[in-house]
Unconditional design. Sequence first.
Lengths: 411, 295
Amino acid sequence: MKAISLYRIKKRNFNVKRFIEKLVEGALLISGSITSITILLIVIFLFKEASGLFNSPVIEDGYVLAFNKTNPVKKLNAYQIKQIFDGAITNWDEVGGKEEPIEVVRLSDLTKYYTEAELGANFENIPAKASELTSKHPNIILFLPNSYISKNFDGTLLKHETLRPGDFFGGKEWYPTASPAPQYGLLPLLLGTLWVSLGAILLSLPFGIAVAVYLAEISSMRIRNLLKPIIELLAGIPSVVYGFFGLVVIVPFLQKTFNLAVGETALAGSIVLGIMALPTIITVAEDAMRNVPRAMKEASLALGATQWQTIYRVVIPYAKSGITSAAVLGIGRAIGETMAVLMVTGNAAVIPHTLLEPVRTIPATIAAELGEASAGGGHYQALFALGCILFIITMIISISVEFISSKKYSK
Amino acid sequence: MTPIINTGNIDRKKRISQGVAFTIFKLMSYSVVAMLILILGFIVSKGIGVISWDFLTKAPEEGMTKGGIFPAIVGTLCLIAGSSLFSFPIGIMSGIYMNEYAAGSKVATFIRIMTNNLSGVPSVVFGLFGMALFVNTLKFGDSILAGSLTLGLLSLPLVIRTTEESLKAIDNSYREGSMALGATKLQTIQKVVLPMAFPNIITGLILSIGRVSGETAPILFTVAAYFLPKLPTSIFDQVMALPYHLYVISTSGTDIEASRGIAYGTALVLIVIVLIVNLLANFLRNYFSKKVKTN
């Protein structure tokens, strides 16, 4: 009798134990899935916020553009509108209309056509007068707040025209505060990012590989143990500190050396990023070279090759995929780096022609402008679209590193 | 009989080319290290004069050109604590799952790829994401909570990776020995695997603290305040933070030249934090590895 109950208790204990084991395993699995969920959420939120960009109007929110009804032009894209209001386009035939000069009228220009008395003491007559003005002037383009457009407005309204993908991906100007048509052109920022990152990798790759070879193959153990911690330490220094160093040392130095108006240039960004990418490149490339089987090196030396011949004929070719990974990771680090670049590149959103001009990169743009963009507006959405581009670039880099290093093992 | 190859000549050529190549590598390596030491030396020499007890314990004064950085230090400590509370348990648990439960399986590979991808995501994208999710959607506002969660997600891949590597380094015979004595899997992990991996895990955790303390982009839109002399009282308060403070006073302060001294001091404090973190990590690694050996 007693024996049976003891058995039961044991059995129940055993079940409770197994239940706890399963529970813990489940909790561990949930923790393990957090990174995947985060990636998924990043994708969802970034693309959700950015997707509104192509539904946002080409002109400022709450405003309309109006033409005369006889004007054959019914559509304008963001860049054309900006050109017209900047005075760069002055004739309708440049945007597909008749050969007539464009008459640009803003709200403040209405006083040139009507006296203040005519517009009313509280501007209550503006809707009627705007309608009248538009119908009388065949070549007019009128820029007004929505509220001044009456129901029986006599003219064509450009109201629901939305930003096209071409305006973003092919746009040559980034000018998010331009009025009446903000410019969200990706090209200057993308090119700025690529220039700075490529400059950085060109500067740091030769040095990175040289240090990796030196540490892995040439230096004595004692020197390696001395240098390795210093390099690891530098990987840990915050990017703002590098940016600050760039700002107070490298920027004035470049300004003096090249006799520039401003020292904040793409080159300054490349130098700072190059220094920052070094620890990554050195660590990954050195690991790859240390993984070269001892037997291969010994075989080469036994055949009479010198140590140097062994390095460049055996070690480097064998570690090629690892060195490639190092370079790609270095580029990835450089492309995504925000603060240091923001502090030293001058942040002029123009397409760069030389390394000695100020540029603006994608991450720096996000960091500098998100604070002043109102949530949900076109500017805000454009910044999230930049975030998407950045995310896609880094995903491609991560996947290609994965691909390169998996190739190594299949050989 | 003449030798088939005139070894003397070739040997000399070989030796010269090796000598030249090695000298170049050596010079490049030393120039890199020298440059790195130069950066550190520059910040230390300029900043050391600024550091004083007042600097570390007072709030900024007169448009951040005088006074200290105490609120920023407190803010950074809050963010370190908050993000660690989030990333340490989750990171260690995922590491355990990947190595002890799902080793070699497709699930583990998938988690590993995702973790690697996450570690490649630029910090500013974390900032965007944190703002969209924690600040706007979950309505935490600009707060320690939002900033800590964003930083926690950012440091998660590092914690997971170090945990997994530390567990991987433990020989399977220990696990088999424990199981053979009748211990369950959970008991084995609890009593055998984790205590042995502990030194390496703790090193990784400390290094992740170093990373979190210096990140700026993720906290720009989730927590960081430009100037806030009062200390936080709840997790929904904004705080100042050291890296953000350095950024604002060196680029957009009210009087950039006048606040240069403070900027050097702040940069030095950041470097000292990284230094302490690295030294502590190295010390713990050595200390524990000796202890394990003697046991």
